[in-house]
Design a protein around this ligand. Sequence first.
Ligand code: APR
Length: 312
Amino acid sequence: MTAKVSIIGAGMTGSTTAHWLAERELADIVLVDIVEGMPQGKALDLMEAMPVVGKDVTITGSNDFKATEGSDIIVITAGLPRKPGMSRDDLLKTNAEIVGKATTETLKYSPNAIYIILTNPLDTMAFLAMKIGKLPPNRVIGQAGILDSARMRTFVGMELGVSVENINCFVLGGHGDTMVPLTRHSNVAGVPLKDTMPAEKLNAIVERTRNGGGEIVSLLKSGSAYYAPSAAVAQMVEAILKDKQLIVPAAVFMQGEYGLKDIFFGAPVQLGRNGIEKIIEYDLNDEEKAALLRSAAAVQETTEALVKLVAI
Ligand code: APR
């Protein structure tokens, strides 16, 4: 393969990302983790699955960042997962150190890579990666919007009994309890979402979407969601490597869009070979704008907390 994707953190999300990517035969894959033997073992196991699924990709595991040399995309999932009752923001300091190191170390070997950040709180971790790496904003993308929108699409599909392929939903804002599911911009095969079910049902879906991450954390008891987050990364990687110009929601550095500045925030973006090719601005009504501003305030607070904790 000519393309190379390195995944920092070979835990649940990292290794499942490798799985989705390998199945799509998109790139050679490197898994890096601090735990000795684990990334090597997972990489070899996955590589041994390739003859069965008929895909020619090389998957390597390592404890050394040098293995990531020449990557087109670096995915950072390294960090501590959220435990029940723990907010994403509790993880701030520890994960900032881990993500900071992962960014500086990988940049040494892949100075032109595009970064996809999953480690939570991801809006803030993406901000940190951009600042620490002195990266242009188009090369740092936080994964959240595809996941949050996919959760909403799942719940709509469960309610209506139609194919998830017919359901388009857009969830914007920070990846947290203040996220903004945009019902007015969502539809089922072109029919506005609000016309497909009673308002109470739709409100319940919006609420469940907002709590989507917490719902999985409570069920799992330890660890957090990984299948859907990693599937979202695979879609982003594919859009970038194939220069698809795919419009999806993702966390992106705001420079005046939606009236926001200097924070990473979930907005519709066009993904292509340069990473973020464009930020799309929806025409929002007053209620939607107010919800976005509330969400931005929450992200701003965590970003300010980070800036106090880490010298960036
Ligand atoms: N360098 C490399 N890997 C590290 C480092 C580091 N400095 N510190 C921790 N790790 C690794 C851990 O050893 C572990 O294998 O990161 C991995 C994290 O994997 P999991 O604990 O399985 O967590 P996961 O469910 O994958 O979530 C990772 O993504 O969705 C977010 O909130 C989630 O921030 C969390 C991240």
